[in-house]
Design a protein around this ligand. Structure first.
Ligand code: ZN
Length: 926
């Protein structure tokens, strides 16, 4: 018995798919799709599922459209995270053990071996392959590799040789994000939190405090003239430390940070914060000011002490006001120093009072602070007594003066906190010497990327702005690490190339990954890769025959057509790969397009493995079936929108697939003769084919499912309603089923393969020809007739509900010819305001007087309400409404169970008949 059993369909299809998606160069046009490869350090969740299923749906679509499609996959195992994980497992860290044993369901005997980092990535790489396969993702697995394969390392060395020769790899002194536990710079991938935080350069303003300095960090050194006090936290223990030989009072955190930023730091004694309160400090540019208590001062922010400018900083203003309201420090007044248009003497006071903020913790404080800072920077000027210069000029001059004359120093700090490493440690800013960088700041390199971006297809279009912005602000990138897995840095083999820098052109490597393995890695010189990828001949190339084959593969597949990835990779990976491509490959091998995804939510909350808010893909497949998971992920949102996984909605998706299954089984063998309604069904089908094709060409998976599933299902419902009694439908249903299965096959390939056999399709549906709309089968006349009937049926139903009586008969009264004439004139007219006047110039119409103007107004309203394609069709091909209704009389009588009379409005005596309009007959129920 043929029952709906998704796991049975999965088993059947998997047997037939072995090796089916391995793809080789051919005479067909190629379509090469790639997606950012995973870092296999944990189990896949449904969010990952979407990342790999979207490209799969597109791959399956183009495959059916006759292209030679390549969709490969590899595993990114470069970097330090997995080393941290293995260390934590070795230490039996309960949180890590819980995550891997209970959430990722790693068997205990395997988990025991996770003390070796390579075992972790090997385990999860094969898990990824298994789960991806179970989801029906049509990958050419022959090309699988990992980024620590010796052959891959040779490829990376070749890539870096070219980057170096182009002058993009430089050595320098730079502040970078740094983890002191791992003793390593920290990349975006290594962060648990704070990936948006940027390193900012602060000026330390040095206040004299007895024989020591108290430094306060500021981005606005010009405001020194308005300092009324410093803030210290009375609950913090500060330290006195010798910094480069002079005595500083700072927080303990600041002492650690300064030691990472080219200062010698020696802590000498502790000083309680409360002991600093009410003492005074001195600075040549502001004179003597007191230190006041403030709980908001964070010892982990810069030096741990803050200078206060209440006239221009809303936080300082409120903090001072609060103390003064308690009767303290009432002698202190804000000291303004900048005039700025739109604000009074004391901008901070103005802004705080205008917005009605009453306390420091108000969430609007940050925005308010930003607003004043920007206003003062862009249009503020210092008072005459402070030099009278615009803020944007004075700021740098005063900073330079302080550094030269007043002992100021630079300190680097993040603009947002916290910034946490994957190991759990707080990330700090360290100045690295002899650090290697990719010089993304190079304007010439940026220009090359911008120029190429202009030629690329970006989906959705809105992301172009974000790409442009990223290219613009990218700074030099620390590209090596001391610890981790990966390829040794060629110019300093104690270092490794970091993960975001060895994963930029591997899409080219896929084209040869299955072949290059046959060659001894020791023979893989840069000349070998120069030949394969750049066609450069050189003498004594080893294994020339094999190299020629690889060269052909590369030339056939490259450049890739589309790269898919989540949108959070725009700011690094997706842009980096363009920088590397423009350096290494010629113009005709540069990437063609990118598709950027939205994020995944689980029951409305962001998915996060570390927070345990994930639903494993494998569990989803076994609970609901792979096709259900696929159709839900593709149908609930377009790829670039965020999607929200909710089990109750997933269940209804499964029911939809079951309905499809049952419908196909019921309909496929119908063998009746086709009638008008069959022609209608097939005519409609052509537009569903066309619109599904268009949607998938534009990566709109949701729109495609709306057309291919719901559109056709709705038609079938109407079709069955319109069939004569005792009819199961005609043999056209077989055609419909065959098309329907193929339109949905990219989404639900398992059910697709099963049903394809049921309708006697040839071979695998995965390779069956994609349906093509046949214009000759489009019948506008029949579609309009059905539209008219279904609208009239709806009208009758709503009238019946309104009048609440049992009807004895229904009369349908059709508008007279002159109203049709008016309707057409208005529909064809470009100016619907003047068309009525034009109509009334006609003698016959003028004789009808008010009746004609009323009809013209009603027709105008109706035309606005009808779908534009219906109006267009009516203009092109007016229908004979009387004939249409006569032909549907039996159907209407069956629907409503009473006699139905079709009349001409002009011959009807009923008053209501006069309301009949074209495409909207008068309905009289008695
Ligand atoms: Zn760390």
């Amino acid at each position: 018995m043929n029952t709906f059993d998704l796991s049975k369909f999965e088993e059947e299809a998997q047997e037939q798919w072995t090796h089916a998606f391995e793809s080789n160069p051919s005479n067909l046009e190629k379509c090469y799709l790639t997606v950012a490869y995973p870092y296999p350090s944990g189990a896949m969740h449904v969010g990952h599922g979407r990342t790999y299923i979207v490209p799969d749906v597109i791959a399956r679509f183009w495959r059916m459209r006759g292209k030679q499609v390549l969709y490969p996959m590899a595993f990114h195992v470069t970097g330090a995270p997995v080393i941290g994980i293995s260390k934590r497992i070795a230490k039996k860290d309960p949180k890590t053990i819980h995550l891997y044993r209970d959430l990722y369901k790693v068997p205990q005997n395997v988990l025991d071996e996770f003390t070796d980092p390579l075992t972790i990535v090997r385990h999860f790489a094969s898990e990824y392959q298994r789960v991806m396969t179970s989801c029906g993702i049509s990958i050419d697995w022959r090309r699988r590799f990992t980024t620590v394969d010796p052959t891959y390392s040779k490829f990376i060395e070749w890539q870096w040789k070219h980057l170096y020769e182009a002058g993009h790899v430089i050595k320098g002194v730079h502040p970078v994000r740094y983890c002191t536990v791992d003793d390593n710079p920290v990349g975006d991938h290594d962060l648990l939190e704070g990936d948006k935080a940027e390193v900012i350069k602060f000026t330390l303003v040095m206040f004299q405090h007895g024989d020591a300095f108290i430094p306060t960090a500021t981005l606005r050194p010009e405001t020194i003239y308005g300092v009324t006090n410093l803030w210290a936290n009375p609950n913090v223990t500060y330290v006195k430390a010798l910094v480069d030989g002079s005595s500083w009072i700072i927080s303990r955190e600041a002492a650690e940070k300064l030691a990472l930023q080219d200062h010698t730091v020696e802590i000498q004694e502790e000083i309680a914060g409360r002991d600093l309160i009410d003492t005074t400090v001195n600075h040549p540019l502001c004179g003597k000011v007191p230190i006041l208590p403030a709980d908001f001062v964070d010892p982990d922010m810069a030096s741990g002490l803050v200078m206060s400018v209440p006239a221009h900083a809303p936080f300082d203003y409120i903090a001072l006001r609060d103390l003064q309201r308690a009767g303290k420090y009432t002698q202190i007044n804000p000291v303004p120093l900048i005039k700025v248009e739109g604000y009074g003497d004391i901008p901070a006071q103005d802004a705080v009072e205008k917005s009605g903020i009453t306390h420091q913790m108000d969430s609007r404080m940050d925005a308010l602070t930003q607003e004043i800072y920007s206003a003062e920077f862009s249009k503020g000027t210092l008072f005459e007594r402070y030099g009278g210069k615009p803020v944007r000029v004075a700021r740098d001059e005063i900073a330079a003066l302080m550094i030269e004359k007043h002992a100021s120093k630079i300190m680097y700090e993040f603009d947002a906190r916290p910034v946490i490493c994957r190991c759990g440690n707080k990330v700090k800013v360290k100045i690295l010497h002899d650090q290697w960088f990719l010089k993304y700041s190079d304007p010439a390199w940026k220009k090359q990327v911008s120029d190429h971006l202009g030629d690329m297809v970006l989906v959705p279009q809105e992301v172009r702005l974000e790409f442009d912005r990223t290219v613009d602000w990218l700074k030099d990138w620390a590209c090596t690490r001391r610890v981790g897995l990966g390829t040794r840095f060629p110019w300093d083999t104690t270092q490794l190339i970091e993960p975001l820098s060895d994963s930029t052109i591997y899409m080219a490597y896929y084209t040869i990954a299955h072949k290059i393995r046959e060659i001894d890695p020791r023979l893989l010189t840069s000349e070998v890769f120069d030949y394969i990828f750049l066609g450069k001949e050189s003498p004594d190339l080893p294994e020339k025959k094999k190299l020629e084959v690889m060269r052909k593969e590369f030339l056939y597949w490259y450049p890739y057509n589309y790269r898919f990835s989540a949108k959070d990779l725009i700011s690094n990976h997706l842009t980096f790969q363009l920088f590397h491509h423009v350096t290494i490959f010629p113009k005709d091998k540069l990437p063609l397009g990118m598709v950027v995804f939205g994020m995944g939510l689980l029951n409305g909350a962001k998915m996060s493995s570390s927070k345990g808010n994930v639903f494993l893909l494998e569990d989803a497949v076994s609970d609901f079936g792979a096709d259900t998971v696929r159709m839900f992920l593709m149908g609930s949102a377009e790829p670039w929108q965020d999607f929200d996984w909710r089990n109750e909605l997933v269940i209804s998706t499964k029911k939809q697939i079951e309905r499809l299954f049952n419908t196909v089984l019921e309909s496929k063998d119908a063998d009746g003769e086709p009638h008008d309604i069959d022609r209608w069904l097939i005519s409609r089908l052509q537009s569903h084919i066309e619109r599904t094709t268009e949607a998938l060409t534009n990566f709109q998976t949701r729109q495609a499912i709306q057309e291919a599933y719901f559109g056709i299902e709705t038609d079938l419902k109407w079709y069955r309603r319109r069939l004569a009694e005792n009819s199961d439908g005609s043999r056209e249903l077989h055609t419909l089923c065959s098309v329907w299965i193929r339109l949905l096959a990219p989404f639900i390939p398992f059910t697709g393969e099963h049903l394809w056999k049921e309708v006697a399709g040839e071979g695998l549906v995965s390779f069956a020809p994609w349906p093509v709309a046949n214009e000759k089968l489009i019948n506008t006349r029949i579609e309009l007739a059905e539209e008219l009937i279904s609208r009239t049926v709806e009208d009758i139903e709503s009238i019946r509900k309104l009048i609440q009586m049992t009807p004895k008969s229904i009369a349908i009264s059709i508008a007279p010819a002159w109203k049709h004439e008016i309707f057409l004139l208005i529909a064809k007219s470009n100016n619907r305001n003047t068309v009525i006047k034009e109509i009334m110039k006609d003698d016959a119409m003028r004789k009808r007087g008010k009746e004609a103007t009323d009809a013209a107004k009603q027709c105008t309203t109706l035309i606005h309400r009808l779908p534009p394609h219906v109006v267009e069709a009516l203009v092109r091909e007016p229908i004979n409404e009387l004939e249409v209704f006569e032909a549907a009389k039996i159907f209407l009588e069956k629907e409503f169970g009473v006699p139905v009379h079709i009349t001409n409005a002009e011959s009807s005596e009923h008053l209501k008949a006069a309301t009949a309009l074209p495409f909207k007959p008068a309905i009289i129920i008695e």
